[in-house]
Design a protein around this ligand. Structure first.
Ligand code: GLY
Length: 269
């Protein structure tokens, strides 16, 4: 059985990014630890302004950037919710899991914890995010804001890794666009956007509200072993009429599927 790292850059992401993601998967899978492989993959995508996570995150309607991220291994979990002014939310989620007595930290508490852990202040705002804020102001001015609000843009970056019998997963997102300050999607919620257990690892992307309502990652995880992994994923995604994607691994296989185009990176080692 080969070790593997599998990444995605969001349901709806340009599939021409897959080559870049293959490269990130290779760069991240240098050391033989599933958690490091998954976390490092997400760090590389958070640092890439083309993706909606870390630098490149979409703004809230008030022009601020709040980010969600999570990591999971079997029997452990850490996440940050609506964190601001940090470069790599996924590393703080990892610190929550490994260095705090908690599993989730939000808002100013998450920021304070990040500083205590040595994560310095960083502004993830990009020109792309500034343009979105301008567009929102114009849409609002032209009174078509409610119409635009229906057309949610959601994106997440995520990774699952299997090294020997160890599984791990990591996710990170700037959230949806447009969205209210304080809005939380599926990514930092255990069982919703991410789940890891002894049978495998699952990560979701797409419309966080709907994914969270159906506890999608845990649902898929719980069916591992009943039939082929790809069939489980396709059957669950077929139940959605909004954008949804999944990457997953079990002890023998890996699979991914989305109802929109989705860039994927893979490294076997
Ligand atoms: N799937 C990411 C989000 O909805 O926030």
């Amino acid at each position: 059985m080969e070790n593997i790292v599998l990444l995605h850059s969001g349901a709806g992401s340009d599939t021409s990014f897959s080559k870049r993601l293959d490269n990130y998967a290779s760069r991240a899978s240098k050391n033989f630890n599933a958690l490091d492989n998954a976390t490092n993959s997400v760090v590389l995508m958070e640092n890439d302004p083309d993706f909606n996570a870390g630098t490149g995150s979409v703004p809230r309607i008030d022009g601020t950037i709040q980010m969600d991220a999570a990591v999971a291994i079997q029997d452990n979990f850490g996440s940050v919710i609506a964190i601001e002014n940090v470069k790599n939310p996924v590393l703080i989620a990892r610190d929550v899991m490994l260095k705090s007595p908690h599993i989730m930290l939000s808002g100013d508490g998450a920021i304070k914890f990040a500083r205590i852990m040595g994560h310095s202040e960083y502004n993830p705002m990009t020109k792309k995010a500034q343009k979105l804020i301008e567009k929102l102001k114009n849409d609002y001015k032209n009174n078509n804001f409610p119409e635009k609000f229906k057309d949610f843009y959601h994106d997440t970056v995520g990774a699952v890794a299997r090294v020997g019998n160890e599984f791990a997963a990591a996710v990170s997102t700037g959230g949806a666009f447009p969205m209210l300050r304080g809005r939380v999607g599926d990514s930092p919620i255990p069982g919703a956007g991410i789940f890891v257990g002894k049978k495998g690892a699952v990560v979701a992307t797409g419309m966080g509200e709907e994914i969270a309502k159906s506890i999608l990652s845990y649902k898929i995880y719980s069916k591992i072993g009943e039939k082929g992994l790809a069939d489980i994923i396709k059957e669950e995604i077929a139940k959605f009429n909004v954008s949804v994607g999944i990457i997953a691994i079990d002890s023998e296989n890996y699979a991914y599927y989305a109802n929109k185009p989705m860039a994927i990176g893979i490294k076997k080692f």
